[in-house]
Design a binder for this molecule. Structure first.
Ligand SMILES: NC(=O)c1ccc[n+]([C@@H]2O[C@H](COP(=O)([O-])OP(=O)(O)OC[C@H]3O[C@@H](n4cnc5c(N)ncnc54)[C@H](OP(=O)(O)O)[C@@H]3O)[C@@H](O)[C@H]2O)c1
Length: 282
């Protein structure tokens, strides 16, 4: 049984899920079906992935209530009417009545946040969406989003960010935690780069686990929701075994101390932290 978090919205969000944005088109439906059969409780998608129809295909035959769907409205669809129209289109593509988590995919600097959150409040009011959040938002924009959401009577529940041991932005994670915003960790394996890290290789050997499991376990210890993508049934199964073991405090500290700043996904306008703040300044 995968544990879950209670969101600011009051809804539950599973502690781990499947990312579908980067699974190749020919493998997506099979990977989603395999993941759901294995017990993955969460599927992450987005309007811009153009894969909602395949997510719907992969979910066929599974109990909708047992799956948490996270999707995203693109930055260029953040005007009030566009949010509503995109959400309605996404529901049709996903062949569902509701989306569990609907995120602003990335900052839409030129569109007032109040307007976007008014659109999100409307889709929540219509029962199309259960919880709302953002993605790729740094501290300043997250604080403004919490205010804009509150002004529309909405709690902001989630910030989906690139997080892994080679990009440990502890300041932003702390900032989210202080505001009761759960962080989803995308690119949790740094799209494969974690496998070359010596500290992770060493700790994996100590635990009798693989680097992927150690990385995902560390992300769980940090209170994030990792959403690794995989087309491989073996990897999908192995990644889910992360709930079967713990890291020691010493191992967690050694991973915290990895002195790297590898941002695989670097949106030019996201204004996220450019370098690591030394831990002693914490
Ligand atoms: N919000 C955003 O802006 C944003 C941006 C990027 C991504 N995302 C979301 O995050 C999801 C995951 O990100 P990602 O795919 O870029 O990065 P990732 O999950 O860190 O890496 C995926 C890669 O790791 C491999 N892999 C997975 N498990 C493995 C294992 N146990 N052993 C060895 N290799 C393993 C996969 O290959 P195999 O298929 O061979 O297993 C795949 O090549 C995306 O699909 C998407 O849903 C969101």
């Amino acid at each position: 049984m995968i544990p879950s978090y209670t969101l600011a919205s009051g809804h539950e969000m599973p502690a781990m899920g499947l990312g579908t944005g980067t699974i190749g088109k020919d493998h997506r439906v099979a990977a989603i079906r395999t993941a759901l059969e294995l017990g993955y409780p969460l599927v992450d998608t987005a309007d811009s992935y153009n894969n909602h129809d395949q997510v719907a295909e992969g979910m066929k035959g599974f109990d909708r209530e047992s799956i948490f769907i996270s999707s995203k409205v693109p930055a260029d669809k953040c005007h009030y009417d566009d949010v509503i129209a995109t959400c309605e289109k996404n529901l049709g593509e996903l062949q569902t009545d509701y989306i569990d988590m609907y995120l602003i995919h990335s900052p839409a600097w030129e569109i007032p946040l109040e307007e976007t959150f008014a659109g999100l409040a409307e889709v929540v009011k219509r029962g199309w969406v259960r919880s709302v959040g953002v993605s790729n938002f740094g501290e300043e924009l997250l604080a403004a989003s919490c205010d804009a959401a509150a002004a529309n009577g909405l709690p902001l529940s989630n910030n989906q960010l690139e997080v892994h041991p080679l990009l440990y932005d502890w300041e932003l994670l702390d900032f989210c935690a202080e505001r009761n915003v759960l962080v989803t960790a995308y690119g949790p394996l740094a799209v494969g780069r974690v496998f070359e890290n010596e500290t992770l290789v060493q700790i994996a050997a100590e635990c009798g686990r693989d680097v992927s499991q150690v990385t995902l376990r560390w992300l769980l210890h940090k209170g994030t929701v990792p959403i690794p993508a995989s087309k491989s049934p073996e990897h999908l199964a192995g990644n889910l075994q992360v709930f079967e073991f713990e890291l020691t405090a010493d191992q967690i500290e050694r991973i915290d101390a990895i002195d790297e700043w590898v941002r695989v996904y670097a949106g030019k306008t996201w204004k996220l932290r450019k370098q690591r703040t030394p831990r002693e300044e914490r």
